[in-house]
Design a protein around this ligand. Structure first.
Ligand code: ADP
Ligand code: ASP
Ligand code: MG
Length: 404
């Protein structure tokens, strides 16, 4: 069977008109004799609205009910797509994750798909049907509905492509592909023809919302090529593939930024073994993700300052946990909301010296102060004042010759 998996994001199914366009795109693949498996996200804005509703009910809304609630948007979009395909003469039906089933493991709100029962979908494809599968959701070992993290429909599509050995996996979205930086932030952003899994994973993890990071990990492990393209214009998109398939002479492939970070500093912490662990253990127990960490060299050998970043959503909880932590002593707790992380990413930096210097010099020339730094083999991230993000982005984009 010649199978293709097509995933449509929220904006692609955001209105009735757009859903009609989606049905036309599916129709084209049917005409080319593909067996099509469709994955859809919720209509744009719906998931956010549902989350808002849960917060209105309680600031302690249960994670189990959260998953039941926020996964419901996908049901609506899938039934509308199936309905439209029926209207234009195709055999099609919606499939909620539990009906297939798509099994997940792990905690609510952030589960992982680990297996899919293929039988019913295969039979349906053989019978000429087009299944429209709800992205983002699954069912766990307790037969409860689960979700796999924001933007998770990307991962649903890639796992389906893996299990059904699809020839192609195409992510349809509201931009023409993966760009050197968010095209909605600067018109200098350039569409990337091909990008490696490693670079895409860094870009996504560091803020490029166009693909969900987990989905890229799954694609990389299973060597699944992903095409990202627009559902609005017929133009070639971006291919996400293995590094050896790519000829790229750029040092930096892309720049990502995040906006909702906060900085936490503990001033005058007792400098003794185990202190960092005592600070971070309760945070990790409460599923608070600590990102960048710096610890100053202790000036007097007794006390030190420790700084780290977290998501602003976790700030209140973090403050509470630190203040009630009896295992640590410090003089002052400083919390800062208006920070942002900007990162340059590229496999080219492995072999090119001087990239760090060029990044820091570019920011210095723009009088942008660097608060925290973190690096890996293929990325450099810095924490800066939130108000300087756009200026930094434009300057770095130019410095590394990414402008179109
Ligand atoms: P969908 O609803 O289709 O899943 P998303 O909103 O999740 O779409 O992702 C698409 C958005 O990602 C774009 O509208 C764009 O603003 C944003 N984006 C951020 N960084 C990038 C990038 N490097 N390339 C393309 N889009 C990006
Ligand atoms: N609807 C979900 C979300 O908004 C999943 C997705 O868009 O992929 O996060
Ligand atoms: Mg998305």
């Amino acid at each position: 069977m010649k199978i293709v998996v097509l995933k449509f994001g929220g904006t692609s199914v955001g209105t009735i008109e757009k859903i009609k366009t989606v049905a036309e795109i599916i129709n084209e693949y049917k005409r080319k004799k593909f067996k099509v498996i469709v994955v859809s996200s919720a209509m744009s804005g719906v998931t956010n609205e549902l989350i808002k509703k849960s917060k209105g009910i309680s600031d302690n809304f249960s994670d189990v009910e959260y998953d039941v609630l926020v996964s419901s948007g996908e049901q609506i979009a899938c039934s509308l797509i199936a309905g439209r395909l029926n209207h234009i003469g195709h055999k099609s039906r919606s499939w909620l994750a539990w009906q297939i089933p798509i099994f997940t493991k792990g905690v609510h709100k952030n589960s992982r798909i680990y297996t899919i029962n293929k039988k019913k979908i295969l039979k349906y494809l053989e019978d000429g049907g087009t299944p429209i599968v709800t992205g983002f959701q699954g069912i766990n070992e307790h037969e409860r509905v689960s979700t796999i993290g924001r933007g998770g429909s990307d991962a649903t599509a890639i796992v389906l492509a893996k299990f059904f050995k699809a020839q192609r996996c195409i992510i349809y979205t509201d931009v023409e592909g993966v760009y050197t930086t968010d095209p909605n932030k600067t018109n200098k952003a350039r569409k990337i023809k091909e990008i490696s899994y490693e670079e895409m994973l860094e870009m996504a993890s560091l803020g490029a919302k166009v693909m969900q990071p987990v989905s890229i990990q799954d694609a990389r492990l299973n060597r699944i090529n992903i095409e990202v393209k627009s559902s609005f214009v017929k133009k070639p998109g971006t291919l996400i593939t293995k590094r050896s398939n790519i000829i790229n002479n750029k040092i930096i492939t892309g720049i990502s930024s995040t906006q909702n970070d906060s900085k936490v500093s503990l001033i005058g912490v007792k400098d003794k073994p185990g202190v960092a662990a005592s600070i971070f253990k309760p945070l990790s127990k409460n599923s608070i993700n600590v990102d960048m960490v710096v610890q100053n060299i202790s000036a007097n050998g007794k006390e030190t300052d420790l700084t780290f970043t977290i998501k602003t959503d976790d700030l209140k909880k973090t403050k509470k946990i630190i203040e009630s932590n009896k295992n640590i002593r410090f003089k002052k707790l400083l919390l800062k909301k208006d920070v942002a992380k900007i990162s340059i990413i590229g496999v080219g930096m492995i072999t090119t010296p001087g990239v760090t210097f060029r990044m820091f010099q570019t920011l210095a020339n723009k009088k942008i102060n660097i608060q925290v730094i973190s690096t890996s083999e293929i990325k450099i991230s810095v924490l800066i004042d939130k108000r300087s993000v756009k200026k930094a982005l434009i300057a770095l984009h130019k410095e590394f010759k990414l402008d179109n």
